[in-house]
Design a protein around this ligand. Structure first.
Ligand SMILES: [Zn+2]
Length: 154
């Protein structure tokens, strides 16, 4: 891995998010294992400088959220086309961004767009707005938010 290129890549990431990689470098074997273990909606922690520049060209940074300009998935998340394992595939844009800073999303977790941090957009890719949570926690937060919204409306 080219150290210099990695550092430049991380410079694209929100500095508040802490630009240091978590857990250090993985061996090639570990990377392969990670790729196998990951579900389809994960970004797969590999990127090239070309990929990095293509990604950030599609992002509009507002004071709060950093919004993905590209075409969203049917589920509302931004999607980013990447070359993996000899073919083009799509990954979720916010997952790709988060993985550039933190490495793979922990197994059994999804990335929540944290409303408590002012994030209201599923297509936001600002890593400080994202937090890995279990599906149960994600549902709990969504339910709490719905309850609050109902309360505010009455
Ligand atoms: Zn956001």
């Amino acid at each position: 891995m080219n150290e210099d290129r990695q550092v430049r890549s991380w410079n694209h990431i929100d500095p508040i998010g802490g630009a240091s990689p978590v857990g250090g470098r993985r061996s090639h074997a570990a990377n392969r294992q990670v790729r196998r273990d990951q579900s389809r909606d994960q970004g797969r922690f590999v990127s090239t400088s070309d990929e990095v520049s293509r990604f950030w060209a599609k992002v509009t940074k507002t004071e709060g959220c950093w919004l993905w300009d590209g075409k969203p998935n049917a589920d509302g998340y931004g999607r980013f086309r990447v070359w993996r394992d000899g073919r083009w595939t799509h990954v979720r844009a916010h997952v790709w961004a988060w993985e550039q800073v933190h490495g793979p999303v922990p197994e059994g977790h999804t990335l929540d767009h944290v409303r408590a941090r002012g994030c209201h957009h599923k297509h936001c890719v600002r890593t400080t707005h994202l937090e890995p949570v279990t599906p149960a926690e994600n549902n709990r937060r969504a339910a709490a938010w719905r309850a609050k919204a109902t309360e505010d409306a009455t």
